[in-house]
Design a protein around this ligand. Structure first.
Ligand code: VGL
Ligand code: ZN
Length: 206
């Protein structure tokens, strides 16, 4: 096994047709942020290591909301969330200690006041290309999903990926949820045929 693939057993070793999807690892979802995910910061070093593996493609999704976004309870009776990830604010930025390669592609969602998407399959590049099209363009057949928050954007992304026909692996050591107990979300994912891989934490100390 080549050394850079050490965290994965043979069946999960990433290669050219595999994408890493890093969902919403943004300051506002870290413990000091506007919509804090407890322990959200703990996945950053795990993702930094993943980003060195030979994935065919690394993509990020970012919540990128206008300040009058429909999901904000300050603006709308039906809004569920405190204002978070307002476009071009520091809350919407990546954490400073997240290190992704230059070639990673960055996609954005919830950019219109009246639209929201938990799933990264609702993201677009700055040029307006949807995630599914980006994956197809790169010949991706399998996706590894990680990020924040497990029960919302990560679960929705994994389920959309599986539905769209990608073999889908949820990296359980590289996600954190709003809830203390991840089991309901993980069980719901497994019920849809999403694979869970949980061997990463063992490999983050070196
Ligand atoms: C998210 C709530 C609102 C997430 C985004 O990234 O999980 N959750 N917007
Ligand atoms: Zn949001």
């Amino acid at each position: 096994m080549p050394p850079q693939s050490a965290p994965f057993p043979p069946a999960f070793i990433p290669g050219k047709t595999d994408a890493l999807i890093v969902v919403d690892v943004q300051n506002d979802f870290l413990p000091d942020g506007a919509l804090p995910v407890p322990k959200g910061h703990t996945i950053v070093p795990v993702i930094n290591r993943l980003a060195h593996l030979p994935f065919g493609l690394i993509v990020t999704s970012q919540d990128w909301h206008p300040s009058d976004h429909i999901s904000f309870k300050t603006n709308h009776q039906n809004g569920l969330w405190p204002p978070h990830c307002v476009a071009d604010t520091c809350g919407a930025d990546f954490p400073k200690n997240l290190h992704l390669p230059e070639h990673a592609l960055h996609l954005f969602k919830g950019t219109q006041s009246d639209q929201d998407s938990y799933s990264a399959f609702g993201t677009q590049t700055k040029a307006g290309l949807l995630l599914d099209a980006v994956l197809k363009q790169h010949g991706i057949t399998r996706v590894f999903v990680c990020g924040l928050a497990l029960e919302y954007c990560v679960q929705a992304t994994a389920m959309d990926a599986q539905k769209a026909g990608y073999t889908t692996v949820l990296l359980t050591d590289a996600t954190q949820g709003l809830e203390a107990n991840p089991s309901p979300a993980l069980t719901a994912c497994q019920a849809k045929g999403i694979l869970l891989y949980s061997g990463l934490q063992l490999h983050t100390s070196c």
